[in-house]
Design a protein around this ligand. Structure first.
Ligand code: PLP
Length: 451
C-alpha cells in the first residue's frame, strides 16, 4: 500500500472529524498536507484555493514568514507555562496591543483557547459581575434568533441555531429569545421597518424583564453560522442604547467578524458601538494557533478586584490558556496589519468581490447574496422568484461545495448557503478565480438537482 492510501485508511479507521457526518468523509475524503499563500495542497498534490479561510480565520495566507519566524523565535525562549497566577511576556504584550486596537472602553484581556470558550467566559463574567454588585436576580441572557456562539453547552445555550437545540436541548440552560431583524424572506421590503420592529420587540422584553436580565449575547453587524444575515443599519446601535437604558450588559461576539473580516478591524466600528464584553478568536493569530480572548471594561474587572473571597475570584482557566507560542503569533499577526496597512488594502478586495458576486445575482438558482466586507453568503434556492428552497435532503449546498472542490476551491456551506470568506491576503486574480469556480459549481449542481 502506498503512503497516501495508508493515510486514507488510517483516517477512516481512527479519526472522528468535528461537525462531520463520517459517511460523507468516507465517500469524499480529503487530507490536507501543506499550504502556501491562500492555497492548500492535499496528499495527492492537488491544490485548492482556500475560499473559507480554513474556517473563517486565515488572514495572510499560509506560511507567512513573519508569523513563522515569530513562532520559531518564541520556541527558543519557551513554548508554554501556565497563566494561572503567573503572567508571561507575549501574553502581556498582546493584552496591551488588544487594548489599543479594540473599542476604547475595553481594557482587560482574559485569554482562552477557542471562540466558544471566550463566549462561555463572557457569560460567566456577566453573571458573576451582577452577583457581586448585589443584583442577585440578574441571571438570564437574551439571545437573537439564528445567533451562533460556538458549540459548548454554555455557548449553545446563548445561541439559537435550532438544530443544536433539537439535539442538545435538555443539556442547556434557558435563554430569553428575541427576534433577529432578518431581511431576506421576511416578506417586508423596508430594512428600516424591520429594524424598528425588532428593536421594539427587544424593548418590550427589556422593559418587562430587565430585573432578571444580565446581558444580551449577539454577533456584530452580521450573523455568521446562522446564515450570513446582515443587520439593517442602526440595529446594533439601537441595541446598545437599549442596553444602557435598562442596565443590561452588551456582550458582542466578534469571533468571526473581528480582525478586518468585515472591512473594519472590528465590526462594532461600523456603528461606533462600545460593548461591555467582547469576544475575539479566529483571526487573532492570523489563523495559526488557538488563541481567543474576552475583552472587558475596567468597571466589570473592578467588581472582581479586592482581597481574596470566593465571589471575587473568576473561576475559569485552562491548561494552555495564554500560550506563549499563540500570543507571539498573534503579536506578529497584528504587526503585519500595521506594516501592510491591511484594513485599507482590504477595501479594494471587498469592491472586487462585490463586483464579482453581482454577476452571480442573476443566476437561476441564486436567491440572495449577502456581503459584509469579505464575509459573504450565497443562498441557493429552487426558484429565485418565489425563493422556494431546495428540499434539504437534496443537500444542494453541500453538493455544490464538492463540485468546487473538484474545480480547485474549498469552502463549507451552511445548509444551502455557500460561504465565501477568503483570506484577507487573497489577490485580485485569486478572488476572481474563486468567484468563477463558485459560479460554475452552482450552475452545474443546481441544474442537476432541479432536474
Ligand atoms: N462565535 C462565532 C460568531 C462564531 O462564528 C464561532 C465559530 O464559527 C464561534 C463563536 C466559535 O468559535 P470556535 O470555533 O473557535 O469555538
Amino acid at each position: 500500500m502506498n503512503q497516501q492510501k495508508a493515510l486514507l485508511e488510517d483516517s477512516k479507521n481512527y479519526l472522528w472529524l468535528p461537525f462531520t457526518q463520517m459517511t460523507d468523509y468516507e465517500r469524499d475524503p480529503l487530507i490536507i498536507e501543506s499550504g502556501e499563500g491562500i492555497k492548500l495542497k492535499d496528499i495527492d498534490g492537488k491544490e485548492y484555493l482556500d475560499g473559507y479561510s480554513s474556517l473563517w480565520l486565515n488572514v495572510h495566507g499560509h506560511r507567512k514568514k513573519e508569523i513563522d519566524d515569530a513562532i520559531k523565535k518564541q520556541l527558543d525562549a519557551i513554548s508554554h507555562s501556565t497563566l494561572l497566577g503567573a503572567a508571561n511576556v507575549p501574553a502581556i504584550q498582546l493584552a496591551k496591543k488588544l487594548e489599543q486596537i479594540t473599542p476604547k472602553n475595553l481594557k482587560r484581556t482574559f485569554y482562552s483557547d477557542s471562540g466558544a470558550e471566550s463566549v462561555e467566559i463572557a457569560i460567566k463574567m456577566a453573571y458573576q459581575y451582577w452577583q457581586n454588585k448585589g443584583f442577585k436576580k440578574k441571571t438570564k441572557f437574551v439571545t437573537l434568533s439564528n445567533g451562533y456562539h460556538g458549540d459548548t453547552v454554555g455557548a449553545i445555550s446563548v445561541g439559537a441555531v435550532d438544530l443544536y437545540h433539537r439535539v442538545y436541548g435538555s443539556l442547556m440552560f434557558e435563554s430569553i429569545k428575541a427576534p433577529f431583524p432578518l431581511v431576506y424572506r421576511s416578506g417586508k421590503k423596508n430594512p428600516d421597518a424591520i429594524r424598528d420592529h425588532a428593536l421594539a420587540e427587544l424593548r418590550e422584553i427589556f422593559q418587562s424583564r430587565h430585573e432578571e436580565i444580565a446581558g444580551i449575547t449577539m454577533e456584530s453587524i452580521i450573523q455568521g453560522a446562522g446564515g450570513m444575515n446582515i443587520m439593517p443599519k442602526g440595529y446594533l446601535k439601537g441595541v446598545e442604547l437599549l442596553c444602557k437604558e435598562y442596565d443590561i450588559l452588551l456582550i458582542i461576539d466578534e469571533v468571526a467578524t473581528g480582525f478586518g473580516r468585515t472591512g473594519k478591524m472590528f465590526a462594532v466600528e461600523h456603528e461606533d458601538v462600545q460593548p461591555d464584553l467582547m469576544t475575539i478568536a479566529k483571526g487573532i493569530t492570523g489563523g495559526y494557533l488557538p488563541v481567543a480572548a474576552t475583552m472587558t471594561t475596567e468597571e466589570i474587572y473592578d467588581a472582581f478586584h479586592g482581597e481574596y473571597e470566593e465571589m471575587k475570584t473568576f473561576f475559569h482557566g485552562h491548561s494552555y490558556t495564554g500560550n506563549q507560542l499563540g500570543c507571539a503569533a498573534a503579536l506578529a499577526n497584528l504587526e503585519i496589519y500595521e506594516k501592510e496597512n491591511l484594513i485599507e488594502q482590504v477595501q479594494k478586495k471587498i469592491a472586487i468581490v462585490k463586483e464579482g458576486l453581482d454577476e452571480l445575482k442573476d443566476l437561476e438558482y441564486v436567491g440572495d447574496i449577502r456581503q459584509l466586507g469579505l464575509m459573504c453568503g450565497i443562498e441557493l434556492v429552487r426558484d429565485n422568484i418565489t425563493n422556494e428552497p431546495f428540499p434539504w435532503k437534496e443537500r444542494v449546498g453541500y453538493r455544490s461545495t464538492l463540485k468546487m472542490r473538484e474545480l480547485g476551491m474549498l469552502t463549507r456551506p451552511l445548509g444551502d448557503i455557500i460561504v465565501f470568506m477568503p483570506p484577507l491576503a487573497s489577490t485580485e486574480e485569486e478572488l476572481k478565480q474563486m468567484i468563477s469556480i463558485m459560479k460554475q459549481a452552482i450552475e452545474e449542481t443546481c441544474k442537476e438537482m432541479a432536474g
